[in-house]
Design a protein around this ligand. Structure first.
Ligand SMILES: C[S@@+](CC[C@H](N)C(=O)[O-])C[C@H]1O[C@@H](n2cnc3c(N)ncnc32)[C@H](O)[C@@H]1O
Length: 217
């Protein structure tokens, strides 16, 4: 990890076992209706043959609610912890850290509801997720731009918003939501420095993690 004057930053393995991420009190139980409200879309209307990947799926309630409504399209959920509800056939739930997760599958819909707040290299994850979209697919996630900081601990601000825009992402600052339509090979002009798990509460009122980057290129 590149040394930073802003300490203590931790790597993503340390982050995963920090009290803010390994936290049983966070809301992991949102169902499909909650996802509709949080994301401002109807997930079912987005899913065609390539299915839905839910990042940081928690108990996977939204995917389980969607089973039977998507004509057998794949429903895949990934979370760091195995707190999944019992799922019907066709719902594929995987325990993995999204800091390292890769897939060769392509999806019509990729969501992350209040998960990126706990992921260290969240720009790296957004970039990889953009490459997992099928043609015309939609990536949509809760994303707090104020929690993406430079080496001095201050939000990257306009530099981040410009980089998102250049990479084809839309950022809705009022709803704190990022989205991208259609696949792309994305390279954000930032190098990940590490995460600050002691950043305190974010706009949701829950303790969250700040991600630190320095400009490259
Ligand atoms: C606030 S919960 C939201 C769960 C679900 N999206 C919902 O809305 O019900 C955030 C989830 O992110 C997961 N998470 C945090 N960091 C992660 C990581 N690096 N990789 C995979 N999942 C992670 C947590 O385990 C937790 O289940």
């Amino acid at each position: 990890m590149t040394p930073s004057p802003f300490d203590p930053l931790v790597d993503d393995t340390t982050l995963a076992s920090s009290s803010v991420v390994a936290n049983n009190a966070m809301n992991r139980g949102r169902g499909l209706e909650s996802y509709r409200r949080e994301l401002g879309i109807d997930p079912i209307a987005e899913v065609r043959n390539n299915g839905w990947l839910d990042l940081c799926c928690g108990e996977a309630r939204a995917l389980i609610d969607a089973a039977g409504l998507v004509g057998g399209a794949p429903l895949v959920g990934v979370d760091l912890v195995e707190f999944f509800r019992p799922a019907p056939p066709g719902v594929d739930l995987r325990v993995a850290s999204l800091s390292h997760f890769h897939t060769d599958q392509r999806f019509d819909l990729i969501t992350c509801v209040h998960g990126l707040h706990y992921v260290g290299d969240r720009l790296g994850l957004l970039a990889r997720a953009a490459s997992w979209l099928a043609g015309g697919g939609l990536l949509v996630a809760d994303f707090d731009a104020a929690a993406v900081c430079g080496p001095n601990g201050k939000p990257l601000g306009r530099a981040l918003l410009a980089a998102l825009r250049e990479a084809g992402f839309d950022y809705d600052g009022r709803r704190r939501r990022v989205s991208k339509r259609g696949p792309a090979a994305v390279n954000f002009p930032f190098t990940y420095l590490g995460a600050d798990p002691a950043a305190g509460p974010n706009y949701t009122g829950q303790n969250a993690v700040h991600a630190h980057y320095e400009r490259c290129g």
